[in-house]
Design a protein around this ligand. Structure first.
Ligand code: SAM
Length: 362
């Protein structure tokens, strides 16, 4: 008797089945949480609980000028997911210090709401194009995405940069902190909205900075951000590709979470080498990854492989994809690529659970 594609009952391990069903239930909750977290962020629900909690649903609705029945359901979903804490005695909801750091403190390195910002909109907007690209192998450029992707990327990455870039990552590079303090020239390639360019300019007032990105809208916003931050006089921005940007004899070139997105990373490395002084440094900040696939099969690797499928790899393929590194390239693969581009020294200078900080030198 044929059973179609059904798995024979005797081959199913009930424990493993339960575990996998549990994973999918968790993921369904996570998928809807992307919408609920964004609603909570935009309506100021997390913020209000942080400021005034513990609150009942009635009190939270009053404080945020929202409809109690919706707020009640939202709170229960948040409590079920561990995003807020429920006290059954008082029927009040609050944020623990950890929940506050992740959901309500924009300055905390653990702040994660940027990750949910626009997530559903951006993914839904591009999903059909990516599905089609699975068949053709064509690329989808960064510039082709829904515009919410760009400020969301800035907000997602910025807390980590603010926590580590000036205090830990730059000082971890040989001689760079001293050069920057004395006045150095820095190019920040693939700078997006310029968060890192501005943080470095604020940290090192005697140095000058150029932020470079091929995406004209991002450069326009980076200029605005630099003026708002009061560093517009020491920070320039240029619309250019990483393969062709202007300038020579930079003391430091930085590439934050963008090298693996580029379609011809060997040529990028070669161009960086040409624009760098002989004792200069390339600092590559890449998503944390191990060299072997099996060692990236964990929650952080999952998020990065997911983003890589939807954003990073399509962008590389749009630019030729030779090679399309993907967001989990790993240190050894990155070393090979920059060595091919003409660099001779390479070392892991620092790391966080989310980032590798790589020092690359001529
Ligand atoms: C994931 S975003 C990171 C932005 C920013 N560095 C940050 O960490 O927030 C990748 C950036 O690389 C830029 N990019 C991609 N390919 C590029 C290329 N070939 N030349 C210059 N910029 C590029 C994109 O426009 C985008 O701003």
């Amino acid at each position: 008797m044929t059973t179609g594609t059904r798995t024979p009952a005797e081959s199913i391990d009930e424990e493993k089945l339960d575990e996998l069903v549990g994973t999918t239930v968790n993921d369904l909750g996570g998928a809807v949480q992307a919408a609920l977290a964004e609603i909570g962020d935009r309506l100021g629900l997390y913020r209000a609980i942080a400021d005034a909690g513990p609150l009942t649903s009635v009190e939270l609705a009053e404080r945020t000028d929202t409809a109690e029945r919706y707020v009640r359901e939202w709170l229960r979903a948040q409590a079920a997911g561990g995003y807020v804490t429920y006290d059954p005695e008082t029927e009040r909801y609050s944020l623990s210090p950890e929940q506050r750091a992740v959901l309500a403190d924009e300055d905390s390195p653990a702040f994660m709401l940027g990750g949910f910002q626009g997530m559903n909109t951006v993914l839904a907007d591009v999903q059909d194009d990516i599905e089609a690209a699975f068949r053709t192998g064509d690329g989808v450029g960064w510039h082709e995405h829904h515009p919410e992707l760009f400020p969301a990327t800035e907000r997602f990455f910025k807390p980590g940069y603010a926590a580590s870039l000036v205090s830990e990552w730059l000082p971890s590079l040989e001689g760079v902190d001293t050069k920057l303090k004395n006045g150095a020239r820095v190019a920040d390639v693939g700078c997006g909205y310029g968060a890192t360019t501005i943080l470095m300019a604020e940290g090192y007032p005697d140095s000058t900075f150029v932020g470079i990105d091929y995406h004209d809208h991002s450069i326009e916003m980076a200029r605005e951000r630099a003026n708002e931050a009061g560093v517009g006089d020491r920070v320039d921005f240029e619309v250019a590709t990483a393969e062709e940007y202007n300038g020579t004899k930079y003391d430091l070139v930085t590439i934050f979470d963008a090298f693996h997105d580029m379609g011809d990373p060997v040529s990028v490395a070669a161009h960086v080498r040409e624009t760098l002084s002989d004792d200069g440094t390339l600092m590559l900040i890449e998503p944390y990854a191990n060299d072997r696939v099996e060692n990236n099969l964990n929650p952080v690797g999952r998020v990065f492989y997911g983003f890589s499928t939807m954003f990073c790899t399509p962008n590389s393929l749009d630019q030729g994809g030779n090679p399309a590194l993907g967001a989990q390239a790993g240190e050894e693969r990155l070393r090979e690529v920059v060595t091919e581009g003409g660099f001779t020294r390479f070392r892991r200078a620092a790391e966080t659970p989310f980032n590798l900080v790589l020092e690359v030198r001529p």
